[in-house]
Design a protein around this ligand. Structure first.
Ligand code: FE2
Ligand code: FE2
Length: 265
């Protein structure tokens, strides 16, 4: 089983990078399942039904999210209908949508995708450790075995690593999103779980984490103006990782960085 996991898709540049690269990449690398974080796809803030549908048509199987999930108001109703759009599992009880999704693949294997949000330097959410432990218990009671992929959406590297070690041996892979910067620490934890601190973004890197650099600099230098950020609109880079999975464990991984300012090939 070969899975591609893509970092936060930011604005039109990110959507264009997915349009431009994903169909070819899927074919070239024989990808069976695609996960992408879509929390910034709609002009940098949230996601819409139309964008979800376009991602599915391009070959995305599941869309994870994070703190920006509610930025487009229509999503509050839409997420109740779309089981492939996942929000963090540690939002307070009663929040619309699901914190995980289960997929049955053609070969009979199950893939479970979980989204969880960190707390350090972020708005308050329930305890990510406890929420995910409860969720794993629930999933184990529902299905016998599954590939389990966890998108840890967080600002701080330490909290992401701590969650990964907490899940080591219990899930197939843990990978970070939210910072929009790809890290090069892809490795296996002691009990075999794959880990990467951040996948990076799918978006324009001639920017400040996907937003127009001039606006971002102004926001830092003239704080009182509260300048509204807009996504940068140059050529986007697709950032992600390919995981080769056998018997629920990652056997090999490859970091993918295609197009735009970070182009490596
Ligand atoms: Fe993001
Ligand atoms: Fe985020």
């Amino acid at each position: 089983m070969r899975v591609l996991i893509c970092g936060d898709i930011v604005g039109k540049s990110g959507r264009n990078a997915i349009r431009r690269e994903l169909p070819n990449l899927k074919q070239l690398k024989q990808i069976d399942f695609v996960l992408a974080n879509g929390e910034n796809a709609a002009n940098g803030f949230g996601i819409t039904k139309k964008i979800c549908e376009e991602f599915y048509s391009l070959g995305v199987d599941v869309i994870t999210s994070g703190n920006h999930i509610w930025d487009q108001k229509e999503i509050v109703e839409y997420i109740k209908l779309d089981k492939r759009l996942v929000r963090p599992c540690n939002f307070s009880e009663g929040t619309p949508g699901n914190g995980y999704a289960i997929f049955e693949m053609k070969n009979g294997e199950n893939i479970v995708v979980i989204n969880v949000m960190c707390r350090l330097f972020m708005e308050s959410v329930d305890d990510p450790f406890k929420s995910i432990a409860n969720l794993l218990e629930l999933i184990n009671s529902k299905i016998d075995s599954a590939i389990i992929l966890v998108d840890v959406h967080g600002e701080s590297t330490s909290e992401k690593m701590a969650i990964a070690h907490f899940l080591d041996g219990k899930v197939t892979g843990v990978f970070g999103t939210h910072t929009h910067i790809p890290t090069s620490d892809l490795h296996f934890l002691e009990k075999g779980t794959f880990y990467q601190t951040d996948l990076g973004m799918c978006g324009d890197y001639n920017s400040v984490i996907g937003m127009k650099k001039e606006l971002s600099i102004k926001r830092f230098t003239q704080k009182h103006l509260k300048t509204r950020l807009e996504p940068a609109d140059g050529e986007g880079t697709l950032c992600g990782t390919i995981l080769d999975i056998e018997s629920k464990s990652v056997k090999a991984f490859e970091q993918i960085i295609l197009g735009g300012k970070l182009q490596k090939d």
